[in-house]
Write a protein that binds this ligand. Sequence first.
Ligand code: COA
Length: 384
Amino acid sequence: MTGIGIHDIELVTTHDVLDLAALAEVRGVDPAKYEIGLGQTRMSVPAADEDVVTMGATAAARLLERTGTEGIRSLLFATETGVDQSKSGGMFIHGLLGLPSAMRVAEVKQACYAGTVALQSALGVIARNPEAKVLVVMSDIAKYELGGSGEPTQGAGAIAMLVSANPALVEIEPETGMFSADVDDFWRPNDSTTAVVDGALSLKAYLDALTGSWDDYLANGGHAIEEIDRFLYHQPFTKMARKGHRELAKYAGTALSEDTLEPSFIYNRELGNTYGASIYSALTSLLHHDEELAGKRIGFFSYGSGSTGEYFTGVVRADYREHIYVEPIQTELAARNTITFEEYAELHETVLPSSEDVETPRVTKAPYRFAGIRGGARQYEATA
Ligand code: COA
């Protein structure tokens, strides 16, 4: 076995998109605040028949078309936009995709950090059995109150990744640093579809977790900062990654170039915040847009409010460019349906009661859709 890591990765988003310039106009804000101040251009908005399950199923289906399902005995679904308090969103994906019954399926949660919990768990499974492969799906919809300060940092997207021994893309190194602190910076009550956020506190908690997990990373045998060639950060909005990068440089007492961050911003500027999928969407963007990554070490800062941070590294495989698939996500981003502010506001305010049967309109062009609620249970179906 030559290492364990990310063998394949796929990024998916929604049918609809809102231009942040349109939001700025309605809110009476200078559009430069969103474009430059936050580093965001557009945000993905789920259609009435899309949710974290449909996005996750689409991402997983595209990936499995390439890899097949042989050897996959675990499906770990990471989200903070759970569709049920008990049943894993991964179970709906398992059913939609007709995956084998000899499979472990579960959902993990810790705000935007959950995807990394799933990835690290997958690495552990494979360390015990190098033949095993784990399908990790991260899918989220960032939703804040209409007109609130978090509104321009909403978004939606899903990542599917296959984690295996001898990975084709990125080998994840074993050294890792952790930091956790109980902070009331961001949470979503059980009876609310929107998150509650203290913006200033959430930025501080992010930076505290960055320096805390960096210290723990070094204390546990991590590489010196000079040995890290590229830096990825959780991106609730892309400017936050710049803030993190500047903080890390100051903390480590070194100068770090910001130019190498740019390729990791390209997709997230368009998607908005994808919570748990965000840092892996940034990884996808980096793999798709930086042609000089062969053999390079990437530093990952994964963060979830509330709060947990983890610092770890991965090394990109020499022939990674033969194993990236740029076309599906770039076609999807270009084909999104641009909605007006009024259409966005209506979608935002539509909340389906789980106690009444309802059918959703057919909107999405994705292969799977949320059909509605029957007998209190969520119904999903293939669109073709
Ligand atoms: N042109 C260019 N930049 C402008 C501008 C203009 N006309 N007007 C403001 N800005 C800049 C500000 O200087 C600031 O940049 P800086 O942070 O580098 O100084 C940035 O735009 C944001 O302005 P600010 O006044 O701080 O925005 P805000 O109070 O409306 O809220 C957040 C910003 C991020 C706190 C808010 O969007 C939020 O709560 N988001 C959700 C929480 C979140 O994502 N937290 C991250 C941790 S997970």
